[in-house]
Design a protein. Structure first.
Length: 256
């Protein structure tokens, strides 16, 4: 069942989303050569708990950390470790926080020092695909319009869309209906209605789309070893268009 949230609930989701955005901004600033992903995980957990929230990921189906930190060929669900980041890496940071019973969820991929031209283009195209998808969030649009926008932009730029993992509804639980694939034809699926809240998250590979999960049971990597990027926002459907709940105050959303 897809839940449509009240204006009051959306404000509570916005508060959780702002906390997530603040944590991501702090981790972006802290990430650099010589820093470990475990250190970033500790930073995020302290920041979330100090704000009165709890990390949404920690303990979720047994996940052992507060963030997902996925480096280079790791697509999503990378477990923080003592691996030191080096110049040229790309790092996907996925953060979820529960605040007053509502969940915020967002992700970014950041360049560590100077990166290759391919890596820089992969980050740009993946973030552009997210923005294109968000522009399709309108009352009366079809759910599949979102994924079609992602796939069209990504493939036009020579990259591949991951099929095994998808976006999702979000509210009082982290994963709610509906599932939101990042591919497929437009004009299909449920119509978007005011009050729906969606976590839209393109995962894009520089090479082929195929992925596999490592023996830790969590870390998904590209099968061909190519780089992967991941961007995510939590977005509410409103009569005025998409409202991004995981933007920092004053930050610009996608152009109309």
């Amino acid at each position: 069942m897809i839940v449509c949230r009240s204006a009051h609930e959306i404000e509570r989701l916005r508060a959780a989303g702002v906390l997530v955005a603040e944590v991501l901004a702090e981790m972006r600033a802290a990430a650099g050569p010589g820093v470990t992903t475990r250190e970033l995980d500790a930073l995020a957990e302290v920041r979330i708990r100090t704000a009165g929230g709890t990390p949404a990921f920690k303990g979720y189906h047994g996940y052992p950390a507060s963030i997902c930190a996925s480096v280079n060929e790791q697509v999503i669900h990378g477990i923080p470790s003592d691996r030191k980041l080096v110049a040229g890496d790309i790092l996907s940071l996925d953060v979820g926080a529960v605040l007053d019973g509502y969940v915020g969820d967002a992700a970014i991929t950041v360049a560590i020092g100077a990166v290759s031209d391919q890596a820089a283009r992969l980050l740009r195209v993946t973030e552009e695909a997210l923005r294109s998808a968000i522009r399709r969030v309108k009352v009366g649009a079809r759910l599949s319009d979102i994924g079609h926008a992602v796939q069209s932009h990504v493939e036009a730029n020579g990259f591949s869309v991951v099929r095994e993992f998808v976006g999702h509804g979000i509210g009082e639980s982290m994963h709610e209906e509906p599932q939101i694939p990042n591919y497929g034809p437009p004009g299909r699926g449920p119509r978007l209605a005011e009050g729906m809240v969606l976590a839209i998250e393109p995962m894009v590979n520089a090479g082929r789309a195929a992925v596999k999960v490592l023996e830790d049971g969590w870390t998904a990597v590209t099968k061909d070893g190519s780089l992967s990027a991941h961007f995510e926002h939590t977005v509410a459907v409103t009569s005025a268009g998409p409202r991004i709940l995981t933007l920092l105050d004053g930050a610009a959303g996608p152009a109309a």
